[in-house]
Design a protein around this ligand. Structure first.
Ligand code: ADP
Length: 733
């Protein structure tokens, strides 16, 4: 057992010496008492023996020493006296025994008290607190085990040392101020910084209490100290973590918040300041003041539903910034519940989605543009990824292939629509794509379920060759109209070329014959005359020369005529412009008025009002109308017994076409001929060429229209054609 207090330093460490000393003293007293004739109460000195033994702290030893001393006193008395005891000797012996007994009793009591005190001091050692007492000069008078452990000095080293110098005490306020407070109120509590024996600085929570003596004089200070270094470090770490967390939350690109269950904001991060909201603000109606009025009902409804069901809150609304500009935000929040499931708090974040929203709108718009453009241009998109061959079709692609939009796109669907004659082409293009050909370009015919044929042109290129998978992005164009128009054009061109050749040949021959015959005849006449003048017995050279000059003039005229005819035969390009259809029909009828009147044909006209505008080459259109009118006139020539009536009408055919109808009361057309009427060189006339209607069809189709014939049995024929009304696309406009 070990005591740290200086006063309690155990004597038992040198107990043996004490026992030896006590034994020597006891023996000396006994010898003197027993064998010397001194008439003094020398046995009183046995109390020294008792005190020495008692001071070792051993109660049995003290009791034994007391008894031994008593026995030795009595024994010495017996030895030193014969049977005649003097009254003085007895009295001295009694005094000695009394002294020994009294001293022993007191020593044992003192020993018991000391033991109690020691136990109490041991209790102080049990505490983890460092307990230190020091006098009013700051000299350490008590230093428990806790203090040893905390500061590193043993009690032996610390006792008597000035506490503040030893531990280099530092405090937020000066030590004098602390001392003043202790003297004034008797207590002080605060934090100190001290340096341990090993040089390490420790943070201490210290409680001081002042002890005054009975007279009220300050005698000592008792300080209880706790090491709070770790706590302080943890507090610091906690603070640092909190600050870091706050900085992190502030750095989040969103408005982070927490609120009470009813939506009152209790925490907001720094980003809210951009929206003019600070945490100090009474957040009662904050949502009402920052959410766009148009978005408020939906937001409130979503909030109510989240509060009622306890589910996550999610909404998109415009939130007003400090500068008054609203920005689209995604508001999301999660509830925090207690063990019973009651919502304690909401944690949320508002994320700015303005850019995303704009991008979405732009995307929607461009998708709409694309879809419209695809529809108007009849161009679909097809994306194909290899090696799997997965496909994506645009709406227009579905429309071109005539499949419902829920059909799973794929090469099988395309092959199912491909014209049997073009299947090999389609497969070849697909194989090229599978082989990674950078550019695919193919034209195909599609055979649609209704039996119609569509012409499509497909071009594609590799869009993302770097992404591992080969992906083609391609355009599928419905070029049916163009191909049909082109075919019609090719046909007309071929027929026209043929007709032109034939017509020009005939006309040229006639013109040359007509125009050149006369100068040639004149040349022959002049030649005859010249010959006659020269064949006279007296040749008239002057006259002959005149005739020869005449011949030269006539020959030159013939040359000029031929040049003119050639110039007239130059090809003229059709020129389109917007015309009033009624006017063209009227002009055409006037041009053939002489023939109509000559054949006594009754003409009835009916014109659509307001006038219909068509985009056309005026001369070509007149050619068509004149042709139809003259055919009608010719068909009525051989008809007797009924009026020769020609009815010419213009009318609106449908929303997009104008119609011209030429109806006669002629022979009519047989069922058999009706189908080949428009073929080149088909004629039933003796001197006919069979080119008129063929040219008419070419012209009408070149104008984007259609021509056909109907025949009323035995009553005549109805020849009619339609032309597109749309003058907007006319070149000449
Ligand atoms: P052609 O100039 O040789 O008559 P067209 O091409 O003008 O050639 O006409 C071809 C044929 O169509 C004519 O020979 C005639 O038999 C028939 N045809 C054309 N118009 C009429 C009509 N109005 N009534 C009856 N037959 C017609």
């Amino acid at each position: 057992m070990k005591f740290n207090q200086g006063a309690g330093r155990p004597l038992r460490d040198n107990a043996r010496a004490l026992y030896a000393c006590a034994a020597v003293i006891g023996l000396a007293v006994f010898v003197i008492d027993a064998f010397t004739p001194l008439d003094i109460a020398i046995a009183v000195l046995y109390v020294v023996v008792v005190l020495l033994v008692a001071s070792t702290g051993s109660r049995p030893a003290a009791v034994a020493a007391a008894w031994t001393c008593v026995v030795l006193t009595l024994f010495a008395f017996v030895l030193s006296h014969d049977e005649h005891y003097s009254g003085g000797a007895v009295a001295r012996c009694a005094v000695s025994l009394l002294a020994i007994v009294t001293t022993s009793v007191l020593a044992l009591r003192n020993q018991a008290n000391t033991a109690t005190l020691r136990e109490q001091l041991q209790l102080l050692d049990l505490t983890h607190d460092a307990i230190v007492a020091y006098d009013m000069n700051d000299r350490i008078t008590f230093w428990n085990q806790g203090a040893e452990e905390l500061y590193g000095w043993t009690a032996q080293q610390a006792l008597g040392q000035p506490i503040h110098e030893l531990t280099q005490t530092r405090a937020a306020i000066s030590l004098d101020e602390i001392r003043d407070e202790v003297l004034r109120v008797g207590r002080w509590h605060g934090e100190l910084e001290r340096v341990r024996k090993d040089g390490e600085t420790v943070a201490i929570s210290s409680r001081w209490a002042l002890w005054r003596d009975r007279n009220g004089k300050p005698r000592a200070i008792l300080a209880t100290n706790n090491d709070i270094t770790l706590r302080k470090r943890m507090e610091g770490e906690l603070r640092r973590q909190q600050e870091e967390l706050r900085a992190t939350i502030d750095a989040i690109p969103g408005m982070v918040w927490s609120s009470s269950p009813d939506g009152r904001l209790s925490y907001i991060n720094r980003r809210w300041s951009e929206f003019g909201v600070t945490v100090a603000e009474d957040s009662g109606d904050i949502w009402r003041s920052i959410v766009h009025p148009d978005d408020l009902p939906a937001t409130e409804a979503a909030w109510q539903s989240a509060v009622t069901t306890g589910a996550s809150f999610e909404n998109v609304a415009r939130i007003r910034r400090r500068d008054g500009v609203y920005r689209w935000m995604h508001i999301g929040a999660e509830p925090l519940r207690d063990a019973a499931g009651k919502i304690l708090r909401w944690y949320g974040v508002n994320t700015d989605i303005e850019e995303r929203k704009r991008a979405e709108q732009a995307l929607e718009r461009s998708e709409a543009f694309l879809s419209d453009a695809q529809r108007l241009s009849r161009t679909g998109s097809i994306a194909t990824r290899f090696p799997g061959g997965e496909m994506w079709w645009s709406e227009e692609a579905y429309r071109i292939f005539d499949y419902p939009e829920d059909a799973e796109p794929g090469i099988d669907l395309i092959l199912a629509r491909t014209h049997p004659d073009d299947l090999a082409l389609a497969r070849e293009a697909y194989e090229q794509a599978m082989a990674g050909e950078p550019y695919i370009d193919t034209g195909l015919r599609l055979l649609m379920p209704d039996g119609s044929v569509k012409h499509v042109h497909y071009v594609a290129h590799i869009a993302a060759p770097q992404s591992g998978n080969i992906e083609y992005v391609g355009a599928l164009m419905d070029v049916t109209e163009r191909v049909v128009a082109q075919e019609a054009l090719d046909r007309s061109t071929a027929e026209l070329a043929h007709t032109t050749r034939v017509t020009m040949l005939g006309e040229l021959a006639a013109s040359i014959a007509h125009e050149v015959t006369q100068p040639l005849a004149a040349i022959v006449t002049a030649g005859d005359a010249a010959s006659r003048w020269l064949n006279r017995p007296q040749p008239e050279l002057c006259e002959a020369a005149q005739s020869i000059n005449q011949m030269i003039r006539d020959a030159k005229r013939a040359t000029d005529i031929i040049r003119q005819i050639r110039a007239m035969a130059q090809k003229r390009d059709p020129s389109h412009a917007v015309f009033d259809l009624n006017a063209i029909v009227r002009e055409s009828v006037e041009l053939v008025r002489r023939e109509l009147d000559g054949e006594r044909v009754e003409v009835e006209t009916a014109y659509e009002l307001p006038a219909l505008e068509v985009c056309a080459d005026r001369v070509q259109l007149q050619q068509v109308i004149i042709n139809l009118v003259l055919n009608g006139v010719q068909a009525m020539t051989g008809v007797a017994g009924r009026a020769r009536r020609l009815r010419i009408r213009t009318q609106r055919f449908d929303g997009r076409h104008a119609q011209v109808i030429v109806e006669d009361s002629g022979t009519g057309i047989s069922e058999e001929n009706l189908g080949r009427l428009f073929n080149a060189f088909f004629t039933t006339k003796k001197d006919g060429m069979g080119m008129g209607l063929s040219i008419c069809r070419s012209i009408v189709e070149m104008h984007g229209g259609r021509i056909w014939a109907e025949s009323k049995q035995g009553e005549g024929a109805v020849m009619q054609f339609i032309l597109p009304l749309d003058g907007d696309t006319c070149d000449g406009r």
